[in-house]
Design a protein around this ligand. Structure first.
Ligand code: G6P
Length: 610
């Protein structure tokens, strides 16, 4: 969703802001703008559409400035147009503000400002903040204090940055519910909503926490709480590299991320398997291990693809640990006053670690004193920092909006957790060692699947114009069916539904005719015979069958119209393999339709508003 970047220092800020905004494009947006101070005058340049449009406008104007803020907007209040794009300014155009999040009491504030005769220029909730700041400045406050006082009247969420031509040597930044980091340089400083926007310039990062406000000049940084207490912030060195943020020779980030799964999976399991003891080692869980081992119920909470990985984890935990496990949409969990017991463990799964609903669900669970664990990819993200404990999936930066490698890495972490806890319960050494061996073979097995791209591309060509798709699987592969359908709809805009294969008889089968492609995830496991019957039922109704099957299965070739073969592994690890052909199928269909797979319409990588 919306992206923020800001610069103050010895360089020309324009290229820094544009490069930063380009790094944030993956988050999803519909307009972009920058605010600069040039010769003591504030100048706003903004446009609808891509950052490249904004870049062209700035080139034409030939503006240069040592201080600036930039924004990509994902519309919430007010349609995506130039007027609603950020920055927004006060009436005399001296103060500029960019904002991520939603101001919930904007209407009340707007009414009172309108009564004072203030004129508004946009339909956004954001604009109220800049007028409110202005009203505090008119009462004689500094910019820093005025922003702080304005924010104490605001309800809702924000990550924001403010500059003023009357105090042109500073950027004020604040955060509540929307991520914001400060990048510390030499004679220059930065702010951004995401570390990736700054990594080309500095790896020294300060993470602002909720309710904090900072003043950044070219050579200083100070922070307070919104209520005015001084605070000391720690500077953390991040390890992310620029290469990790580039496409590495691939046409798209999504393809790169699909193709690097042998390495991302290896990174998720590296150093975490102990063959001699047939177990796993997860440093992030050590301080809560005893509590976790005794837990009577596990609840997994997430959104989107991460929710699907939670569904797979439910099968793992219940099969091996025999601990009752529930999986909840974070957006439902947070509002339905969930029943939480002392001996429950709640796991919050989030690639970004910033998804608004998942973060709010975690805060709600913390209020109820549950043991809260985070399973995140982005190091230093809000969920990672605020959870009691947790495990990083180490998939590396995921830029494509449709999640791919984060999903397989999340599954690795859940399988590692399962192994670790099962060995403390009743799993034998020999069984544990078998699982370790299967884990070690995963990267090579994924490599093998990735050699099938041209085969999958041909299937994509056949079905690229289908208006609907069904995805069916059983057991561990039911969530994979949901994930396959989600991948297809996210990037190809084809309507797709995932179902448990048997449940298809209770409705979806009515849709099946000779035009309906049905993807079956049918590896040779204990549900194989059952799923073969389901395939026959679809075949009898002339549906077109695409089967994901085990490599030695020749029977399936006699029934399916198309089959994609994957290596065998134990059931618990099968989804890590079976999902990969589905990622590729969705990818090639979208590419053949000429769509932008990395930034699909209306979607955002990190959904930071509820
Ligand atoms: C958005 C993204 C999805 C992602 C979901 C949850 O919808 O487009 O790819 O699965 O958010 O994100 P999280 O970062 O919490 O895993």
């Amino acid at each position: 969703m919306c992206g923020i970047v800001g610069y103050i220092g010895y360089r020309d800020s324009v290229p820094v802001l544009i490069e930063g905004l380009k790094r944030l494009e993956y988050r999803g947006y519909d307009s972009a703008g920058v605010g600069l101070i040039v010769d003591s005058k504030s100048i706003i340049v903004k446009d609808k559409g891509k950052v490249s449009n904004l870049e062209k406008l700035l080139d034409e104007k030939g503006l240069k400035s040592n201080i600036g803020i930039g924004h990509t907007r994902w519309a919430t209040h007010g349609e995506p147009n130039v007027m609603n794009a950020h920055p927004h300014s006060n009436e005399d155009g001296t103060i500029f503000l960019i904002h991520n999040g939603i101001i919930e009491n904007f209407n009340t504030i707007k009414m009172s400002l309108l009564k004072q005769g203030i004129k508004f220029q946009s339909d956004t909730d954001t604009e109220v903040i800049v007028h409110l700041i202005d009203s505090f400045i008119k009462k004689g406050n500094s910019l820093f204090k005025a922003v702080r006082l304005a924010l104490s009247e605001v309800e809702g969420t924000y990550g924001l940055a403010v500059i003023s031509s009357n105090e042109p040597d500073k950027i004020i930044a604040a955060r509540k519910g929307s991520p914001l980091v400060v990048g510390i340089g030499n004679g220059e400083n930065f702010i951004a909503s995401d570390v990736s926007a700054l990594i080309a310039y500095t790896k020294q990062i300060v993470y602002l926490d909720d309710g904090e406000i900072a003043e950044i000049t070219c050579d200083s940084f100070k922070a307070k709480t919104i209520i005015g207490d001084d605070i000391k912030k720690e500077v953390i060195e991040v390890t992310m590299s620029l290469e990790e943020l580039d496409r590495g020779g691939y046409d798209t980030f999504m393809l790169k991320e699909i193709m690097e799964q042998p390495e991302s999976v290896l990174n998720s399991i590296r150093g975490r398997l102990v063959f001699e003891e047939g177990t796993a080692k997860l440093g992030g869980l050590e301080n809560v291990f005893d509590k976790l081992a005794d837990t009577k119920r596990i609840i997994l909470t997430a959104c989107g693809t991460s929710w699907h990985s939670g569904l797979v984890a439910e099968y793992m935990f219940e099969q091996y640990l025999r601990i009752p496990t529930e999986v909840e949409y974070a957006s439902e969990f947070r509002y339905r006053n969930p029943i939480i017991n002392n001996d429950d463990a709640i796991i919050f799964i989030s690639q970004s670690g910033e998804t608004a609903d998942t973060l709010a669900a975690m805060r709600e669970a913390k209020r109820k004193r549950a043991l809260c664990l985070g399973v995140c990819n982005v190091v230093g993200s809000s969920i990672a920092r605020e959870s009691d404990s947790g495990v990083y999936i180490h998939a590396g930066p995921e830029i494509g909006v449709a999640s791919t490698k984060a999903f397989t890495s999340q599954l690795c972490v859940f399988a590692l957790m399962t192994l670790l806890l099962a060995r403390k319960r009743d799993m034998s050494l020999v069984d544990g060692q078998k699982i370790v061996t299967e884990f070690q073979q995963l990267p090579d097995k994924i490599r093998k699947i990735l050699t099938l791209t041209s085969e999958i591309e041909k299937i994509a060509e056949v079905f690229k114009d289908a208006p609907n798709f069904l995805y069916l699987g059983r057991g561990y592969n039911f969530p994979v069916a949901l994930e396959g359908a989600l991948k297809l709809k996210e990037i190809s805009y084809i309507h797709a539904e995932g179902y448990p294969a048997a449940e298809m008889k209770h409705g979806p089968i009515a849709l099946v005719d000779e035009n309906m492609p049905v993807v079956f995830i049918a590896p040779s496991d204990s549900t194989y015979d059952k799923i073969m019957s389901n395939i026959q039922e679809i075949k009898a109704r002339k549906g077109k069958i695409i089967a994901i099957a085990s490599e030695h299965d020749t029977v399936i070739d006699t029934i399916a119209d198309y089959s994609i073969k994957i290596p065998d592994t134990i059931r618990m690890l099968t989804p890590i393999l079976s999902v990969i052909p589905l990622q590729l199928l969705a990818y090639y269909i979208a590419v053949k339709k000429g769509l932008n797979v990395d930034q699909p319409r209306n979607l955002a990588k990190s959904v930071t508003v509820e």
